[in-house]
Design a protein around this ligand. Structure first.
Ligand code: 2YH
Length: 277
């Protein structure tokens, strides 16, 4: 699992409006609009709920410790989608206690393995990997003008790819799973489509061939350059939650608005909506 760095995230708060505009250009929806699409709700019905919620982001010192700007960036994304959010003064247990004492509706906190959102009133728990998978499946659906009945290559069968694949299937897509760890792809296929004859879930073992056959790609690998430039065309749509991004600058320019990629924004926006449903 990729651990974010300060360099990955420090620019996010100042570029949220620009990112929102690029999402509008590529998908026809805003950050909040994509998050609502991922959760099957209308933005109009969420705006009041989000505005009424107070959330606290609690820094966590466990493991490799606090990432400078991480909690502030999560709070900035929450503010951008309309939630009153702040970072607790203290980390860890003291921060959690403070969130309860000050009447927060929800908290968010991340260690090196799990980034969780918890609604303190309803006990709803949202995992960032699950939210991110849903978010990018929704973004790809919007970029593709609907993925129902279409073929999608899902690269990377870790928690984000797994959740994206589930959501793409739910939306009616036909998916091909690829992971350089072949047993991981086989295990996901077996879980999503028990038995061998489901034409909606296939396995690919040769990435180059799989890329040559797909115009819709969900890239959820932790590898840079997972999609080489010679496999990218202007007709492709790529939703890429993987960190680092698996495309070169040239690949990004070829795709233009046919690429959605960020380090935190869509996942946190879906977590916010999920906590307020
Ligand atoms: O970046 C991470 C991990 N990759 C988990 C992500 C789960 N999808 N964690 C962030 C750690 C933040 C740190 N503990 C802090 O600043 O509070």
């Amino acid at each position: 699992m990729t651990r974010l760095t300060q360099e990955d995230i420090c620019h996010i708060p100042s570029r949220l409006e620009a990112y929102n505009q690029s999402l509008l250009a590529g998908t026809g929806r805003s950050l909040l609009g994509i998050a609502c699409h991922a959760c099957d709700v209308q933005p109009q019905s969420m705006e009041q709920r989000l505005a009424a919620a107070s959330m606290v982001v609690v820094p966590v010192t466990a493991g490799l410790g606090i990432i400078t700007d991480f909690s502030q960036t999560v709070a900035a994304i929450l503010n951008f989608v309309g939630v009153a959010a702040r970072v607790s003064d203290k980390p860890d247990a003291a921060g959690l206690a403070q969130a309860y004492e000050t009447g927060a509706d929800a908290i968010m906190m991340a260690d090196d393995h799990t980034f969780a959102g918890i609604n303190l009133n309803t006990r709803v728990v949202v995992d960032n990997a699950a939210a991110t998978g849903r978010a990018y499946a929704a973004a790809l659906d919007l970029m593709a003008g609907g993925i129902s009945g279409k073929d999608i290559l899902v690269m990377g069968c870790g928690p984000v790819g797994d959740n994206a694949a589930q959501r793409l299937l739910f939306m009616g897509g036909r998916i091909t799973l690829f992971d350089c760890r072949i047993p991981a792809a086989q295990a996901l296929k077996e879980r999503l489509a028990p038995g061998l004859d489901d034409s909606r879930v296939r396995l690919a073992t040769d990435l180059d061939t799989a890329l040559s056959r797909h115009l819709l790609v969900l890239e959820a690998t932790p590898s840079g350059n997972s999609i080489p430039d010679n496999r990218i065309s202007g007709r492709m749509k790529v939703a890429a939650p993987g960190v680092p991004l698996g495309l070169s600058d040239t690949g990004c320019q070829t795709l233009k608005h046919g690429l959605v990629h960020d380090k935190l924004e869509l996942g946190v926006a879906v977590m916010a909506v999920s906590l307020c449903l």
